[in-house]
Ligand binder design. Structure first.
Ligand SMILES: C[S@@+](CC[C@H](N)C(=O)[O-])C[C@H]1O[C@@H](n2cnc3c(N)ncnc32)[C@H](O)[C@@H]1O
Length: 298
């Protein structure tokens, strides 16, 4: 009688299959182990102690199903149904973009702008997706009320779950519609990580992104600016005096973003903040106080 394979053998085999599907070998090995631990509900220490032993009944089938999804290059975050942002765990589904670490820079910039103050009263998150920005800012600014918009009703349902999960549902309202169309009144802080990938970059994206993340969350016309352009043009009409607009943009868009900001001004304290790789990534700009506007007018 042949001996049943150990957990270690099964995980190694699956790691090799993931690598054969085009995933980097180190990542493939790690993903194979993470998926096994997800099925078993084990932490790393429990896995290491038990990996030489036989597998539990029912494990192989459940594990194979998840590994086959990963072989089709579905992102781990969708398979696991969760993703970490700013140290918090968010539910994610294929209806929402998987929150990226670089978007945490928007939170950092917002915190820096309000350091030593009571924080903003009203915050707007345009294109909220999973709600990672809206929920994180609601937690970081405990007196703020947040409005989060998205064109996608499915995304808003995920964001609303995340607001409940993190206990801020009473201070975060959700509104379906484009950019500022579904909101009323003025905000102290507007944040956004809008779609900004040019259509022609579709083919150079990783299959995980191109084939699995929502196109609505990624692509924004031929130059990638079809969401940013109207957002920058309209934002001032939704900001209180001295309110901040903080948004993310893509690689190679710094000059275009600078021009859009200049054309929609005057703005104060304009900065394009680089990410950890030194690439300009986050625009921060402030609606001037009335006196400054009067001085700048002809
Ligand atoms: C890049 S994703 C960002 C999601 C989330 N804020 C994050 O940082 O992970 C952009 C989101 O904007 C939404 N969106 C696209 N065009 C929009 C528009 N014109 N108005 C409002 N939301 C829009 C998409 O559905 C998507 O959820």
């Amino acid at each position: 009688m042949t001996e049943a394979p150990s957990l270690r053998t099964l995980v190694s085999d699956r790691g090799r299959r993931l690598a054969a599907a085009g995933i980097q070998p180190d990542e493939a090995r790690l993903d194979a182990e993470l998926l096994a631990r997800h099925v078993l509900g084990w932490d790393r220490a429990t896995f290491i102690v038990n990996e030489a032993g036989p597998v539990l009944p029912g494990f192989e089938r459940a594990y194979a199903t998840l590994c086959e999804r990963r072989e089709r290059r579905e992102p781990m975050a969708y398979i696991l149904g969760r993703c970490e942002f700013w140290g918090l765990e968010f539910d994610v589904t294929p209806a929402v973009l998987i929150p990226r670490p670089e978007t945490e820079q928007i939170v950092e910039e917002a915190l820096a702008r309000y350091a030593g103050t009571g924080g903003p009263d009203r915050i707007l998150d345009v294109g909220t997706g999973s709600g990672c920005l809206a929920v994180t800012l609601a937690r970081e600014f405990p007196r703020a009320r947040v409005v989060a918009t998205d064109l996608s009703q499915e995304a808003l349902a995920v964001a609303s779950r995340n607001a409940r999960r993190h206990g801020v549902e009473r201070r975060v309202a959700f509104a379906e519609g484009s950019l500022f169309a579904p909101v009323e009144g003025l905000f102290d802080l507007i944040v956004s990580n809008p779609p900004y990938v040019p259509e022609h970059d579709r083919e150079i994206l990783q299959p995980e992104i191109r084939d699995h993340e929502p196109a609505l969350a990624l692509f924004a016309g031929p130059d990638g600016l079809e969401a940013i352009r109207p957002m920058v043009a309209l934002a001032r009409g939704h900001l209180r005096w001295e309110g901040w607009l903080i948004f993310e943009f893509g690689f190679g868009q710094a000059d275009a973003v600078t021009a859009l900001i200049a054309a929609s001004g005057p703005w104060d304290d304009v900065a394009l903040v680089p990410d950890l790789q030194g690439i300009p990534r986050t625009a921060t700009l402030r609606c001037p106080a009335p006196a400054a506007v009067a001085r700048a007018s002809p």
